[in-house]
Design a binder for this molecule. Structure first.
Ligand code: SF4
Length: 482
């Protein structure tokens, strides 16, 4: 069946009426005040809707307009909006907002996208949303859901949300400009999820091309039970598991629907973790923390009970830092690794290279017995394609010649960078600096990997990067393994 946008969007608009309404639309129903809509939209970036709604309510009670915003300190703003994602940056943007509006637009919130983007913390997505929701003017707000779903349908073929916005401006009938964002945000959260979309219950499944999609497995489905059984593994440097818990980690685990979830940089001793983190329903949890508190540490959630768990690599200096946790299953080992950072001025480069060599030997020993899947934050971008600014970083930690040479050696020895089996595109990153709005601008590095030993290439069924999943400065990466 051919894909007709004029048929699909009305069906979805009807369908999502029963879903949770995106928070900015909810605020727009209560008020058309551009100040509140602008501020709520800034708060909502990379934050769950429930968290945004509560933070916006707290903030507007005490800071209901621009005048009161000008009178409140950045410190106070931080407290009011916590725990929205990037709350420190957002508090700083909000603190600067009244001054910037006064200096540029006489204290009035402009109703044009280009003008709005001159304000602190306002990108095109936010600007489009404010123009559409607060001023009711034609604007297409393209967030990750719109960008992702339009590409899944093949309605556009684009690499970034900005390209999608420009393509939609040319081809999407104007009658849908105002509503497409709220329809697809709700649809993307409820049915066409970024991980394992629910195609089995999707009303437009017969029109959708499902480009690049792996639908969810229903419990008890043939895929899980039959000969084609696959195992979904996720690796994620969480940059502090306790902090991530406050940003909705447990809900993300449910959304990931993975068989194995390997975490790095948990920055906690097991006894410091909440019961909720230690007892996620359906998973057994294994931890290997650094002896130094609040530093490094790895953990794995596994649906299946492993045959054995190996803590470290039997090397005191490395194991002291809680860097390697291995789970042995029937026909493979999962080795979860947090590689050392070479540090500023490459102060720890020698240690890092020694660790890499010892780990490589450990993996080779395991690979003599069964398949090896090694995942984690390798703390190195292998090739120029794996970071935005290779020339500027030639001698910097994470892209130093010695680190890249070790990765060359590792790959030459037969280990396979699974992501590159499926994707040769630039701009595919797993880590972004918290500074300079780098994630929104996709100025990043690919330093998180799933690799397998040479003889296991045939077992690799898929690999992807889940760049939409926020909460850490790294995003999760996925391997589907047969
Ligand atoms: S069929 Fe699947 S991929 Fe396509 S729109 Fe529906 S949920 Fe999304």
């Amino acid at each position: 069946m051919t894909f007709v946008i004029e048929e699909v969007l009305p069906v979805l608009a009807d369908e999502v009426k029963t879903y949770q309404v995106p928070v900015v639309d909810l605020i727009a129903v209560q008020t058309k005040d551009p100040y509140k809509i602008l501020v709520a939209t800034i708060l909502s970036a990379r934050t769950k809707d429930e968290v945004t709604a509560k933070a916006a309510e707290r903030l507007f009670k005490q800071v209901p307009d621009l005048e009161s915003l000008a009178a409140v300190s950045e410190e106070e703003l931080r407290k009011l909006i916590y725990p929205v994602g990037f709350f420190k940056n957002k508090a700083s943007y909000l603190a600067k907002l009244p001054g910037a509006l006064m200096a540029k637009f006489g204290g009035i919130i402009p109703d044009e996208v280009d003008k709005l983007t001159e304000l602190p913390g306002v990108g095109r997505k936010t600007a489009n949303l404010v123009v559409a929701v607060a001023f009711g003017k034609p604007a297409i707000c393209v967030d990750t859901h719109v960008h992702r779903i339009m590409n899944i349908w093949g309605y556009v073929q684009t690499k970034t949300p900005l390209e999608t916005e420009m393509a939609l401006r040319k081809k999407l009938p104007e009658q849908y400009w105002l509503t497409v964002n709220s329809i697809l945000v709700a649809f993307g959260q409820g049915t066409c999820k970024s991980v394992r979309p629910h195609c089995d219950r999707c009303l437009i499944a017969n029109q959708c091309r499902k480009l690049g999609v792996t639908p969810r497995n229903l419990p008890g489905s043939a895929t899980k039970k039959g000969a084609d059984k696959t195992i979904k593994m996720v690796s994620w440097n969480v940059n502090g598991l306790r902090a991530l818990e406050k940003k909705g980690f447990v809900e993300v685990v449910a959304e990931l629907d993975a068989d194995i979830i390997a975490l790095q940089e948990i920055k906690a001793q097991p006894e410091q973790l909440s019961d909720q983190l230690k007892n996620i329903p359906g998973y057994r949890a294994y931890w290997f923390a650094a002896e130094k508190k609040g530093y490094s540490g790895v953990g794995v959630y596994s649906r299946e009970e492993p045959l054995a768990v190996i803590y470290g690599i039997d090397h005191k200096e490395h194991d002291y830092e809680g860097r390697v946790l291995t789970l042995e299953y029937g026909d493979f080992y999962l080795v979860n690794v947090y590689f050392p950072n070479a540090r500023h001025e490459l102060l720890r480069l020698d240690y890092k290279l020694a660790f890499n060599r010892d780990l490589h030997n450990f993996l080779d020993t395991l690979a003599l017995k069964k398949s090896v899947v090694v995942c984690g934050d390798f703390n190195v971008a292998h090739k120029e394609i794996d970071l935005t600014n290779p020339k500027q970083n030639e001698k910097n930690p994470g892209f130093a010649p010695e680190e890249r040479a070790w990765m060359d050696e590792f790959i030459a020895a037969g280990y396979i960078d699974t992501f590159r089996l499926f994707n040769q595109q630039p701009g595919q990153y797993t880590w972004w600096s918290y500074r300079f709005n780098a994630r929104a601008r996709n100025i990043g590095w690919r330093i998180d990997y799933f690799c397998v030993d040479a003889k296991s290439e045939k077992r690799v069924a898929g690999a992807e990067i889940l760049a939409d999943i926020a909460g850490s400065d790294h995003c999760p990466v996925v391997l589907t393994f047969r």
